[in-house]
Design a protein around this ligand. Structure first.
Ligand code: ZN
Length: 241
């Protein structure tokens, strides 16, 4: 990235020349949490340990996740979408923190993932998953915590993040869930990653990996990049709102 022949103009950038599309994004912190991990299945003694799930719950550290009927695993889907999403955010000057650094490890536990997001002071925390529902079920849904773990204002921010992501997903051509919630928005009270978060936090089930149509999309590079683009647009909208 060095260039000795074009130094005369590179030092004269003014704020008026910054692209409008990046307004308000530079310096923000976004955490990306790719659900599960590649070696979880080989280490039940680790992922089945109980952790503090919030509100007095004791939940398992992590799970193996689901897969398509053809055997394409959720952990690989979430890792690939996260890997495609990260540079889209960084191109706008956003600092990205990942909750895991490869797709070959174990964990971390979901309470640890929440701690990573909290410690990063995330302006937006996005957990990426794929569902394993009956084959006729289709569509994405975005989860927030039923109970507000960090007060009403943070809960409202989480809901707005969820709404921005749902709107962006629909705009990108992804259908909202045909079974849960309304417009792709749903809540749960039993997920450690939501219950233990003190930041604007959502978990998106991008689609049903047991539905043939969505399985084909979710196990393809084009489909994973499509999801990453939609998530990036939703995050941008939230951070600029
Ligand atoms: Zn999952």
């Amino acid at each position: 990235m060095t260039s000795s022949s074009s130094s005369s103009s590179s030092t004269s950038a003014r704020s008026s020349t910054r692209p409008v599309s990046g307004r308000g994004l530079a310096g923000k912190v976004v955490t990306i949490d790719p659900g599960h991990n590649g070696a979880n299945g080989q280490h039940p003694e680790i992922i089945n340990q109980l952790v503090d799930g919030g509100y007095g719950q004791r939940n398992v550290c992590n799970t193996t996740g689901t897969q398509t009927d053809a055997g394409y695993p959720e952990h690989e889907f979430t890792w690939n979408v996260a890997t495609y999403l990260r540079p889209l955010l960084e191109a706008k000057g956003i600092t990205v923190v990942m909750t895991r650094s490869s797709d070959t490890g174990v964990g971390p536990c979901t309470d640890k993932r929440a701690a990573i997001e909290n410690d990063a002071g995330a302006d937006a925390a996005v957990s990426i998953h794929g569902d394993g529902a009956p084959p006729e079920v289709r569509g994405f849904y975005v989860l927030t915590a039923t109970r507000p773990p960090a007060g009403a204002a943070m809960a409202a921010a989480s809901l707005r993040l969820a709404s921005c992501l749902a709107t962006a997903a629909v705009a990108a051509g992804f259908p909202a869930s045909n079974t849960l919630g309304s417009g792709g928005l749903w809540k749960r009270d039993d997920l450690t990653g939501l219950n233990r978060s003190t930041r604007p936090k959502i978990l998106i089930e991008c689609g049903n990996m047991r539905n043939a149509t969505e399985a084909a999309i979710m196990s393809s590079t084009d489909g994973q990049q499509w999801y990453a683009q939609a998530l990036a647009q939703g995050i941008f909208a939230f951070l600029q709102g």
